[in-house]
Design a protein around this ligand. Structure first.
Ligand SMILES: NC(=O)c1ccc[n+]([C@@H]2O[C@H](COP(=O)([O-])OP(=O)(O)OC[C@H]3O[C@@H](n4cnc5c(N)ncnc54)[C@H](O)[C@@H]3O)[C@@H](O)[C@H]2O)c1
Length: 272
């Protein structure tokens, strides 16, 4: 018996590095998987690996009609919805907050927060209507949901908000037996979007950063997928409202025991 036999899982940003790893893991554990992405080609590529157990859905989660449609298409095709991995997100352009354009702020918040809220709401309504005691996992961040990143005010605001949204929604949904948790990954090695010409410098940066992590390595999409599947499964049946770190101990570092500051210089230059 696999953990997700008979279950239907919807994953937003399912065509990306972390989303596709989660889709493969859920499928390997018995699930039928709806792969939602605004890049339909990527969604099709991932869902196509699962035969009849996969469905690609084109949707921009920041658009209300698209979010509603993603959930209703999943229900129309598989006739149920047990698990949602609310994962689609962008990091935005790194800019000091004093120089940040309102348009860039809005762009990040609309996808990372508004999009997560709308998928969450549509999924909860579907689960409540069908009396399915489902599980929802929202994507936060350790570097920006627990910690902060210079130049990433929009990203950090969106990911901190995910933790508040998750805890509140977990309370609201608990009477229906629906569990809602957030995951907060640290740096995850995702070479998928890195052009071949930048790959070497990306991997050097990853190796340098690994030295600052207590467990001495960068996380992988499979590390994240394993935790998402745990939280979504019956094994985590008494876990709700958690903001689950997956960061190799990265956030345990304080100023007193952190490695030399120049190991990871700030992206922002200033007079001091
Ligand atoms: N990679 C990391 O180090 C890291 C760490 C912590 C958290 N995260 C979070 O993990 C999530 C996935 O990141 P990733 O590294 O796999 O990135 P990725 O770029 O590989 O994947 C993101 C996917 O989301 C899709 N997407 C973007 N905007 C969308 C929208 N509006 N509607 C629908 N789909 C959309 C993209 O097309 C892409 O396929 C993000 O929320 C990110 O903030 C990543």
């Amino acid at each position: 018996m696999k953990r997700f036999d008979g279950k239907v899982v919807l994953i937003t940003g399912g065509g990306g590095a972390i989303g596709s790893a989660a889709a493969r893991r859920f499928h390997a554990e018995g699930a039928r998987v709806c792969v939602v992405d605004m890049d339909f080609g990527r969604a099709e590529e991932v869902a196509g690996q699962f035969g009849d157990a996969g469905l690609a859905i084109a949707a921009d989660v920041a658009v209300e009609d698209d979010s509603e449609h993603a959930v209703s298409e999943c229900l129309a095709h598989f006739n149920r919805l047990d698990v949602v991995f609310n994962n689609a997100g962008i990091s935005g352009t790194a800019t000091p907050v004093q120089n940040m354009e309102v348009e860039e702020w809005d762009r990040v918040l609309q996808i990372n927060l508004r999009g997560v809220f709308m998928i969450l709401r549509a999924s909860l309504r579907a689960m409540i209507d069908r009396a399915i005691p489902g599980s929802i996992v929202n994507m936060g961040s350790s570097m920006a949901g627990w910690d902060v990143l210079s130049g990433g005010a929009h990203y950090a605001a969106s990911k901190h908000a995910i933790v508040g949204l998750t805890k509140t929604a977990a309370l609201d949904a608990a009477p229906w037996g629906i569990r809602i948790n957030a995951i907060c990954p640290g740096v995850i090695e995702t070479t998928l979007g890195v052009p071949a010409s930048d790959r070497d410098s990306y991997l050097k940066g990853v190796a340098r950063f690994a030295k600052r992590i207590p467990l001495r390595r960068i996380g992988t999409p499979d590390d994240v997928a394993a935790t998402v599947c745990f939280l979504a499964s019956e094994d985590a049946r008494h876990v709700t409202g958690a903001d689950w770190l997956i960061d190799g101990g990265q956030t345990l570092q304080s100023w007193a025991n952190a490695p030399a500051a120049d190991a990871y210089p700030s992206s922002i230059d200033g007079p001091r």
